[in-house]
Design a protein around this ligand. Structure first.
Ligand code: ZN
Ligand code: ZN
Length: 376
């Protein structure tokens, strides 16, 4: 089945701003949410479709790829792109609709007063070598994060009894006091606003329901990523509190520079130094590419700064659209006169003489030359 255009799904124009996209998605999500339409398959499909469209169009990078390459550019597993990084729709959903359905952190994170909150999102900065970014790699991250306490199963209670209403606030989570004409409400200090307290806290997590653990996560980095790329591992952030949904883990990539290569997207750039005679008469050389040595013909009359393109010798495109090129820029080297032998020097002088190009006299001092230039 052909996929519908994401802009069409949300009913917005191609130039829609972030706010417009957000409110268009919100409207559909509120209308078609499965909780509101039990058993309605069509509503559920529309809801999922909108969530997927929103996940792409609300992300600057993904939107740019989608605009350029269509669905191909943002394809999930199997599509060549970010395989393994499932842009699961429900995480985005909880971000945007937290206040509607009781997900999300903060005030919106409470549901039925049982202290349920979504786990925090985590960020991990990962530095890759130039080659790792070009070819892709697999690495194991060690992420310290809050996980559901195994001893009390997240309840925070040692005896398994459910929490009881807080006596200080009567379960409201807020205490009120009168100050002059005003009644001021403040978060209850005894239950931290939850409205409930665990009477016999778990010894492992001290009633929090979560403990800090180091989790090893294997991450597959696709070839072609560059500095600034952000991979989201859905549900790999901190665990939620009291059974709340987990947060996400964002892996933010930084690519180390290479000794000889630079890159521009999927194109690898390098320089090649040749001598003046080689530039004039032409030569054949071998240049280093990411994929090994490659022969390069330098034709006679090659000027300084000329680019030579080695097709398909660059970096795989993230969207699966093949491999980029390697561009070699020629630099015609001017030798240091101190490095020249007598014969070379004599030949250069002879060459200048034949070509009628005046050059500096070897015996002439700096002062003589200046005088000559000024007074002829
Ligand atoms: Zn515990
Ligand atoms: Zn309280």
């Amino acid at each position: 089945m052909a996929k519908r255009d994401y802009y069409e799904v949300l009913g917005v124009g191609k130039s829609a701003g972030a706010q417009e996209i957000k409110s268009a998605y919100r409207k559909i999500a509120v209308r078609d949410h499965p909780d509101k339409n039990p058993g309605n398959k069509e509503a559920e499909e529309r809801f999922k479709e909108a969530a997927e469209a929103y996940a792409v169009l609300s992300d600057g990078d993904k939107r740019a790829r989608y605009d350029r390459f269509g669905h191909q550019g943002v394809a999930g597993a199997g599509g060549g792109g970010f395989g393994g990084f499932d842009p699961t729709i429900f995480a985005d959903f909880s971000d945007i609709l937290g206040d509607f359905f009781g997900f999300g952190g903060g005030m919106g994170g409470r549901r039925g007063g049982n202290g349920m909150t979504r786990g925090a999102d985590l960020r991990y900065d990962l530095t890759l070598s130039f080659e790792e970014a070009a070819f892709g790699t697999e690495t194991t991250l060690r992420i310290p994060r809050l996980e559901t306490c195994g001893k009390c199963d997240g309840s925070g209670s040692a005896d398994g009894k459910p929490p009881i209403a807080c006596s200080a606030c009567g379960g409201r989570g807020q205490v009120r006091f009168t100050q002059g004409f005003f009644t001021v409400a403040r978060t209850c200090p005894q239950c931290q606003g939850e409205g409930r307290v665990v009477s016999d806290p778990c010894s492992e997590c001290r009633g929090e329901g979560r403990v800090e653990r180091e989790k090893s996560i294997v991450v597959k980095i696709p070839g072609g990523v560059d500095t600034g790329a952000r991979l989201r591992l859905t549900g790999e952030g901190e665990h939620g509190r009291r059974g709340g949904p987990p947060g996400d883990l964002y892996v933010v990539l930084q690519v180390r520079p290479h000794k000889h290569f630079r890159r521009d997207g999927s194109t690898v750039l390098s320089r090649l130094s040749i001598s003046y005679p080689q530039a004039v008469l032409g030569t054949g050389v071998e240049v280093d590419t990411l994929h090994g040595k490659a022969p390069l013909e330098i034709p006679p009359g090659t000027s300084h700064g000329r680019d030579f393109r080695l097709r398909g010798q660059g970096i795989d495109r993230l969207d699966g659209g093949g491999r980029g090129d390697h561009v070699v820029t020629v630099q015609v080297e001017v030798p240091n006169p101190r490095d020249l032998g007598d014969e070379e020097r004599q030949l250069l002088r002879r060459l200048a003489e034949i070509a009628g190009h005046p050059v500096r006299d070897e015996k002439e001092g700096v002062f003589d030359r200046v005088k000559k230039n000024l007074f002829g």
